[in-house]
Design a protein around this ligand. Sequence first.
Ligand SMILES: NC(=O)c1ccc[n+]([C@@H]2O[C@H](COP(=O)([O-])OP(=O)(O)OC[C@H]3O[C@@H](n4cnc5c(N)ncnc54)[C@H](O)[C@@H]3O)[C@@H](O)[C@H]2O)c1
Ligand SMILES: [Zn+2]
Length: 332
Amino acid sequence: MKSKLTYLKKLELFKELDNYKDGQFFAVADQRVKNHLPQWIQFSPHVYWLKDPEGEKNLESYGNAIEFFLRQKIHRNARLYAFGGGATTDFAGFVAATILRGVAWVAVPTTLLAMIDGSIGGKVALNMPQAKNLVGSFHLPEEVFICGDFLTTLPESEWMSGKGELLKYGFLSKEINTLILKKALIEDMAVECAKFKMRVIEHDFRDQGERIFLNLGHTLGHAFETTLKIPHGQAVAMGLYYIFKVMKEDAALIQWVKMVEALQLPIEKFELSNFKHFDPKAFMACIDHDKKKVDSKLRLVLVRDIGSCYVEEVTLKDFKAKVQSHEEFTIK
Ligand SMILES: NC(=O)c1ccc[n+]([C@@H]2O[C@H](COP(=O)([O-])OP(=O)(O)OC[C@H]3O[C@@H](n4cnc5c(N)ncnc54)[C@H](O)[C@@H]3O)[C@@H](O)[C@H]2O)c1
Ligand SMILES: [Zn+2]
C-alpha cells in the first residue's frame, strides 16, 4: 500500500488538475487557499469550502459535507481532492474513507506541516469535544502533490509550526539533518520528509511498529500543545528540547540548537520561562493521557545518534518523577 508522491510547480499542478475539468470533480478546500487555485475550481459547484478547518474538523461539519457530496452525486469511482493544511486533509480524508463506503482521495497540502506530516500516511480523523482526532480511520491518499508555491502566503506562526516538525525529521534521518544544516531549499526538505514518512508507513501502516519513531518529541509535545495552546509543530520543537533535557541527551540538545539556528527559528519561542501562564499540574495530567501508554508504561522515543533512534519503556511514575525534578515542571 503506497501513495504516489509528486513534487511540482503550480502551473504543472494546474495542468494536472485541468484533466478533470470536464469530468466530475469533487473537492474539500480551505477558503484561505482559494486564490491559489485555478478559476474553474474557485467557481466549481463540487467544492466543499472550509472557513475554519480545525474548527470544522468535527461530526457536524462532516455530516454537512457528506450531504453536500451526495447532493452533487458523488459516485464510487470519484476521487476527492483536498486542498489545505492538515486539518483539511484529515477532514477530507475521513469523508473519502467513509462516503459510499470509501472513495479514492488526493491530497494537495498547502502548509509546510501538512506537506511533511499531516497529509502523509493515511491517518484521517475528526475531533470530538473530549479530545482531538478521536474519530478516524486509516485511508491512504492515492496521490500527494507537493507544491511549494502555496507556501508564499503562509503566516509566520504556521512557518514556525512546520519547521518545528521538520526538526524532528532532522533527528530521524541523516540526509534530512544534512539538508537542514546546509540550509537547503524548504521544498527540497519537505519532499525528503514526506518520502521518509511514506517509507515508514509502507512498513507499518497501522501504527504497530516503527511508526512509533515518528512520535519523537511528541510525548511532551502533545502536552505543550494542549496546555499552552500553541501550534502543533511549535509544541513538537519544545517537546524535543525538553525530552532531551529531561533524559539528559546532551548530544541531541547540541544538534537541536544547531538545527534551530539553521532553520532561523526564534529560540525564545521554545523557552518555557517565556510562557507565564504555564501550569505544570495540567501539563502532568496530559502526560497521564498519552496515547502511546501501555499498562502504565510510556514508550519514549529517544535519539542514539542522528538517524538512529530507539524506544525506551519507562513507567509513568518514573517518567513523571524525572520530568518534575526539573525546576520548570515542579508543581508548587
Ligand atoms: N493525519 C496525520 O497524520 C496528521 C499529522 C499531523 C497533524 N495532523 C493534523 O493536521 C492539523 C494541523 O495541520 P496544519 O498546521 O496544516 O493545520 P491547518 O489545516 O489548520 O492550517 C493552519 C492554518 O493555515 C491556514 N492555511 C493553510 N494553507 C495556507 C496557505 N497556503 N496560506 C495561508 N494560510 C494557509 C489554514 O487556514 C489555518 O488557519 C491538525 O488538525 C492535526 O491533527 C494530522
Ligand atoms: Zn507531529
